[in-house]
Design a protein around this ligand. Structure first.
Ligand code: MG
Length: 354
């Protein structure tokens, strides 16, 4: 039982994808929902991935298939940012959460909550962008909802998307699937989305070429999924690569060893992150995936990723090993030959990036 004091309040870090958010979800949110069996209520359905697994989505079985469901609210600021906008982000975020579980995304449900006084032309631009992204991802918006809140009771607009996807039974990809000896790949450069947003907010002049990587990755994931031997996948969104690798290590009860010199960064991202005093490994990516696979398949997966425009900068970044003294740590072998533990961040260092 969590003890809540009268003056305890929700803090920004509670939504920032790091250790503070983990504790809110594990000690507070999960406690509110009693675990119920889906097959007990509906006998022809089977159990899948439950809420307590804290994966990118949940699932249940229907006959020979598993249905994957995921939901995400998006509150990015500014709504239009270098390389994308709220509409593209809202569709891509949920498509990617469904796809990293090994499922084919099929349909979306959308909820838009907008502030009174918001320019209709901007709303139209967001919706058109969302629509173009669904076309690219080859999915359908099946249902939606629109609400308006009085002026100053909401900051501009919140766009929530829920997605449903399907995968053959037994082929779902879990965070817990990594085994010692597996190879870790990232599909491209790290930190582009968060750093591009922050640099735009701060008005850094040398970063005009820096754009968000926001993109729907279902096509890219389909290509590598068909090669088989993928043991885990995760999109490094809030809390970035540091958070995603720690989640994979913890769920898989393994350690992940990454090599600093293998990590792909755009030089503008490195420079801007340094100037702004943030670690780009902890920053949100919106068009990247971390993939765990059997070592013998790694080169083929890497080649396939590199042929796709969203995977051209893909790189093998590390290896999975047994836990270290029983702990599922992420360890970086640094460029100067040292080793350091990559901790899960307290939270995303930049607020309102997704
Ligand atoms: Mg995710």
């Amino acid at each position: 039982m969590v003890i809540i004091k009268d003056d305890d309040v929700v803090e920004l870090a509670h939504g920032a994808g790091g250790k503070v958010m983990d504790s809110l979800i594990k000690n507070f949110v999960l406690e509110s929902f009693v675990k119920r069996s889906i097959s007990k209520s509906i006998p022809f359905l089977g159990e899948g991935v439950g809420l307590e697994a804290l994966e990118d989505g949940g699932s249940f079985q229907v006959g020979d298939f598993e249905i994957v469901v995921s939901i995400d609210g998006h509150t990015v600021k500014p709504v239009f940012f270098p390389g994308g906008d709220l509409g593209r982000l809202a569709v891509s975020g949920t498509v990617n959460d469904v796809a990293v579980m090994g499922a084919e995304p099929l349909v979306l449900a959308c909820s838009v909550i907008v502030e009174e006084g918001y320019p209709l032309k901007d709303l139209k631009r967001i919706l058109d962008s969302a629509n173009a992204t669904t076309e690219e991802a080859d999915i359908v918006i099946l249902t939606g909802d629109t609400k308006v809140m009085p002026r100053r009771e909401l900051d501009e607009i919140v766009f929530t998307t829920a997605g449903i996807g399907i995968v053959e039974s037994g082929k779902i990809v879990r965070n817990s699937g990594l085994k010692a000896g597996d190879t870790i790949i990232i599909s491209g450069t790290i930190g582009d989305h968060g750093v591009a947003l922050l640099a735009a907010r701060e008005g850094l002049e040398f970063t005009t070429s820096l754009v968000s990587d926001v993109a729907p990755l279902s096509g890219l994931i389909r290509e590598i999924r068909n090669l088989g031997q993928i043991t885990a996948m995760k999109d490094p969104t809030r809390g970035g690569v540091s958070s995603a690798l720690n989640d994979l290590a913890q769920s898989s009860k393994a350690s992940i060893w990454i090599r600093e010199e293998s990590l792909p960064f755009k030089k503008e991202v490195k420079a801007a992150a340094e100037m702004l005093g943030i670690d780009p490994l902890e920053v949100t990516c919106e068009g990247k995936i971390i993939i765990g696979c059997k070592a013998e398949k790694a080169e083929e997966i890497l080649d396939t990723l590199k042929k796709n425009k969203y995977g051209k900068d893909a790189a093998i970044i590390g290896t999975v090993k047994p836990p270290i003294s029983g702990k599922p740590l992420v360890v970086m072998e640094t460029s100067v030959g040292g080793k350091r533990v990559v901790e899960k961040p307290i939270g995303e260092p930049i607020p309102r990036v997704c």
